[in-house]
Write a protein that binds this ligand. Sequence first.
Ligand code: PGA
Length: 314
Amino acid sequence: MHLTLRQLKVFEAVARHLSHTKAAEELHLTQPAVSMQIRQLEENVGLPLFEQVGRRIHLTDAGREMYDYSCRITALLHEAEEVIDALRGVRGGRLAISVATTANHFATRLLAEFSKRYAGVSVSLDVTNRETLLRQLAANERDLVIMGEPPAELDLVAEAFMENPLVVIAPPDHPLARRRRIPLADLVQEHFAIREQGSGTRAAAERLFRSQGLALPTGMEMTSNEAIKQAVEAGLGLGIASVHTLELELETGRLVQLDVEGFPIERHWYIVHRQGKRLSPAASAFRAFVLEEAGAFVKLPPARGRRRATARRR
Ligand code: PGA
C-alpha cells in the first residue's frame, strides 16, 4: 500500500467531520483539493473509504479501519513534535560530558546547578584523563569536554573559562616548606608522587622541567589526585596538583604549597567541542552556563604567587 502522510492527514480530518467542507476549512485547503486527496488515497488503498448515503458521507468498513490507524499515526506524529520541541527548548534531551580527572573537583558542582535549572535534561558524566579525552574528541563521542590546554593539531573549538594553577605540595613539616624561591633544579633530588602518563597535569609539569633542561623527578605514579594528596600527607614525597583539588588541605594546613621558581604553572580550563559539531540545545545551554557562570560556583583556593587574570593562557 502506497500512501502519503498528507493523504492520511486529509483523510483523518474528513473522517472526523464526515464532511469535505469542514475538513477543507480546518486544513485551509479548497474542497476540490480535499476531494482529490481522498480519491488518490482510495486508489492507493484499492477500496472505497467513504460511501454517500443521501447528502451525507459515511465511513465504509475499510474507512473505519483506516481511520483507526490514521488516528494512531497522527498521535505519534504529534508526540514526535513534542519531543523535538522539548529538545529545542532545552526541556529535555541528553547531555554527554567528559571532564579531566582534575576538573571533577568542580564539574560535579557545575552539573548540580545546571541540573536544577534544566531538570528535564539527563546528563552522563565521564571522568577520565587527558589522553582519553583527546581520543573521545577525535571520535566525536561526547557533546562537550572540560579539559586543560587543548592541542592545536585537532580541529577544536576551545573556550577558556577559569584559571587552573598547578602547584607543588608538601607536608607542613617538610624541610623545603620554609624556603623561599626554591630553584627548580633543587626538586630533582626529591621523591615525588606524580600523576600517570596521559595526565594533563603531568604533561604540564614535564614541559616546565624540560624548558629548564631538567627531567621531571618521578617516584610513585598515581591516577588519582586524592591518592597523590594522601601520599604527600603521609610523607611519601612531594606532589604536583591543581589548586582546584586542594581547597580543604590548604585551608586546614594539612598540606602546604612550596615556593618554587616557575610555579604556579598558570593553566586554564577550557570547554571544548569539535569544530563543525552541531551542539544540541542542552549542550549549548551547558556551554553558555559554564562560560558565563562557572566562576560564581567554583571557589578557587588561594595559591601563592598567582598572577592576576592577565596570566598567559597555556
Ligand atoms: P588531568 O588533566 O586530570 O588529566 O591531569 C588536567 C589538565 O589537563 O590540566
